[in-house]
Design a protein around this ligand. Sequence first.
Ligand SMILES: Nc1nc2c(ncn2[C@@H]2O[C@H](COP(=O)(O)OP(=O)(O)O)[C@@H](O)[C@H]2O)c(=O)[nH]1
Ligand SMILES: [Mg+2]
Length: 135
Amino acid sequence: MDKNFKICVVGDLRVGKSCLVNRFFKKSFSHDYICTRGMVLSSKTVIISGVKTELNIWDVSGEELFQTNNSENYKNAVGVLLVYDITKLKSYENILKWYSDVSIQANPSAVFILVGNKRIEGCEASNSFHSSFIY
Ligand SMILES: Nc1nc2c(ncn2[C@@H]2O[C@H](COP(=O)(O)OP(=O)(O)O)[C@@H](O)[C@H]2O)c(=O)[nH]1
Ligand SMILES: [Mg+2]
């Protein structure tokens, strides 16, 4: 294996982190909710610019927020998905707390990507609510 990337998917409980990860790995989606315990690792090998690269994606339980622990869950992460639910203002407000928690441990040059999840096609209510708090 030429390269190995640790990527963490974080955000409040029920914002849709596990669904995003499942969509990526299994190309499937379920409306059922299964609570994630701790951190779940899924790995996949992809070719990036001709280089064989292993993506190690850690799906993190939203319950971890505000927990004071000395674990090194995010240590050396080079990519972080900060996920919130566009219909839940609180999950967006909590993103800063997730960011500060993770950035302490992650690789100093880690890339953070903000993901607004759960846009509902044809549902103007949720989508306009989102624009009202994101801008
Ligand atoms: N409408 C809608 N529901 C979603 C979406 N993504 C996840 N969900 C639902 O939101 C709930 C929580 O999803 P889950 O991925 O388990 O959240 P997690 O706690 O952040 O891992 C589940 O019932 C999912 O079916 C989405 O894009 N749209
Ligand atoms: Mg989950």
